[in-house]
Design a protein around this ligand. Structure first.
Ligand code: PGA
Length: 255
């Protein structure tokens, strides 16, 4: 059975002490709420990873990085390797976020390398896909998302693909307050599952968690998660307040 997941993406927010405080609050909320059917993940900046991994109870909250290097180790000033991420106790890494694709020039070819490094280090990958507004308006959104999946992931074996979580994040919905409608999310998630089934078979597609991201919050989470192919959320802004994040976890838990 595929996992229900609520993952926070803190992006470039919170100093170290603020991050530890937030991780403590999230851990306490998760402990007090009855949501053991939901895998809760927090995606923090690199410098928080080691401390946050010591702060949370791994049985309640898993920790994710938001990126890793294409190379395994060596003279790559300023980079952080997948092995380093794993050594902090992380279980996950977010790769291919649209902000990385658009601001830092991450291409499909770069992502293929990053995914390989992550899997070599036993990290599960939260792999982000999604179209920009002009592509949706030109009715190219299915094509764009399919090509991101094919070019970024479909070199993997079926066994390797078992360590991939997909996050569908329409770029026009990220940080804009403009969420995809529940129907738009379900339509794309069902499409993604079909593309995976065509490549890896129905059983693997049914086992793949597909998260929605883009202005998902405590108010709209319930409706989004009621869809059969929306397995959870990748939450940006609303993951920075423990109370809001916890409400989203409750919404995921109850469906
Ligand atoms: P948002 O970000 O929830 O702030 O729209 C989501 C994301 O980019 O992962």
């Amino acid at each position: 059975m595929r996992k229900k997941i609520v993952a926070g993406n803190w992006k470039m927010n919170k100093t170290l002490s603020e991050g530890i405080e937030l991780a403590k609050e999230v851990n306490a909320k998760v402990k007090s709420q009855n949501a053991s059917n939901v895998q809760v993940i927090i995606g923090t900046p690199f410098i928080h990873l080691a401390e946050v991994n010591k702060t949370v109870d791994p049985a309640l909250v898993s920790v994710s990085a938001q990126n890793c290097a294409t190379e395994a180790s060596g003279a790559y000033t300023g980079e952080v390797s997948a092995a380093m991420v794993a050594s902090t106790g992380c279980k996950y890494v977010i790769l291919g976020h649209s902000e990385r694709r658009s601001y830092y020039g991450e291409t499909d070819a770069i992502l293929v390398k990053k995914v390989a490094r992550a899997l070599e280090n036993k990290l599960e990958v939260i792999f982000c896909v999604g179209e920009v507004l002009a592509e949706r308006e030109a009715n190219q959104h299915f094509e764009v998302v399919k090509s991101q999946l094919v070019n970024g992931l479909f070199n993997l074996t079926a066994e390797e693909f078992g360590n991939i979580v997909i996050a569908y994040e329409p770029v026009w919905a990220i940080g804009t307050g403009k969420t995809a409608t529940s129907d738009q999310a379900q339509e794309m998630h069902a499409f993604i599952r079909k593309v995976i089934a065509d490549q890896y078979g129905k059983a693997i597609a049914e086992n793949t968690s597909i998260l929605y991201g883009g202005s998902c919050n405590a108010k709209n989470a319930d409706e989004l998660f009621a869809n059969p192919d929306v397995d959870g959320g990748l939450i940006g802004g609303a993951s920075l307040k423990a109370e809001d994040f916890s409400a989203i976890i409750s919404a995921r838990s109850k469906h």
